[in-house]
Write a protein that binds this ligand. Structure first.
Ligand code: SF4
Length: 242
């Protein structure tokens, strides 16, 4: 465990040295994001932290974001497709970049009228593209590198990711790639990092409320359950972002 922590810190240190100041942490406020954020803040306390939120994230995620932003002094910038900042997110220490929701609302209501289904039920890739991938592109547009909490053992789609990935004009650093789920919980406990409350309800991977479910053989099995995207990816780790 100590060796893994030291290795992850060295990966972050090297990346910061190479890409500063055009580097940031992507934090979803899931357990893995909290680890990389905690590690990186020890190395560079003023490193930028951004988060892509959607209106479908559970209220507890916004509350947890707000709490951890204060506790870890993150100064997080939130990118979100929305008409206004949700009340639950209003806080002096949080900058919210609102991205127009006109196109999303139009596609969402047209799809519902046509099929009787919510966009995340029958076209989750499109929903994720509009609410997650496009906002992430906005968040990374001025960066050369970003640091993520991605891990190989989370799910079938993550087994082949590498510690450093170059895609398009952006480098992705995955410092805790080889950590296990048990390593993550151990680090959280040792460092007194509170966890998002949904983990206590059996969730192993957290996303938007309609697309997250507890349990599963692999951590990501509860994501997009009963859709073609089950256990898969929202697209930010598979598509070219810049
Ligand atoms: S996780 Fe679900 S609700 Fe969230 S953006 Fe993707 S499809 Fe939409």
């Amino acid at each position: 465990m100590d060796q893994k922590v030291e290795h992850s810190k060295q990966v972050i240190r090297d990346a910061i040295k190479k890409y500063w100041p055009r580097i940031a942490i992507a934090c979803s406020f899931g357990k893995d994001s909290m680890i990389v954020t905690h590690l990186a803040k020890q190395i560079k306390p003023d490193i930028k932290v951004f988060s892509v939120m959607t209106k479908f994230k559970p209220r507890e995620t916004f509350e947890y974001l707000k709490m951890m932003n204060k506790q870890m002094n993150l100064n997080v910038t939130v990118y979100m497709v929305a008409d206004r900042v949700p009340d639950v997110l209003k806080d002096d220490g949080i900058e919210v970049v609102l991205l127009s929701s006109e196109r999303f609302n139009k596609i969402f209501s047209e799809n519902e009228k046509k099929t009787g289904k919510k966009l995340y039920e029958n076209l989750p890739d499109e929903c994720c593209r509009l609410l997650k991938v496009e906002p992430t592109k906005e968040a990374v547009k001025d960066l050369d590198a970003w640091i993520c909490g991605l891990r190989n053992t989370e799910g079938r789609t993550r087994a082949d990711f590498k510690e450093i990935e170059k895609k398009g004009g952006l480098v992705k650093i995955n410092p805790i790639l080889v950590w296990t789920e048990a390593d993550v919980w151990r680090y959280m406990a040792i460092n007194n990092i509170p966890a998002h409350p949904w983990y206590a309800n059996g969730y192993r991977s957290l996303g938007c409320e309609p697309c997250s479910n507890p349990g599963g053989v692999l951590e990501r099995d509860g994501r997009w359950k009963n859709t073609s995207k089950c256990g898969g990816e929202c697209g930010i780790h598979t598509q070219i972002l810049k």
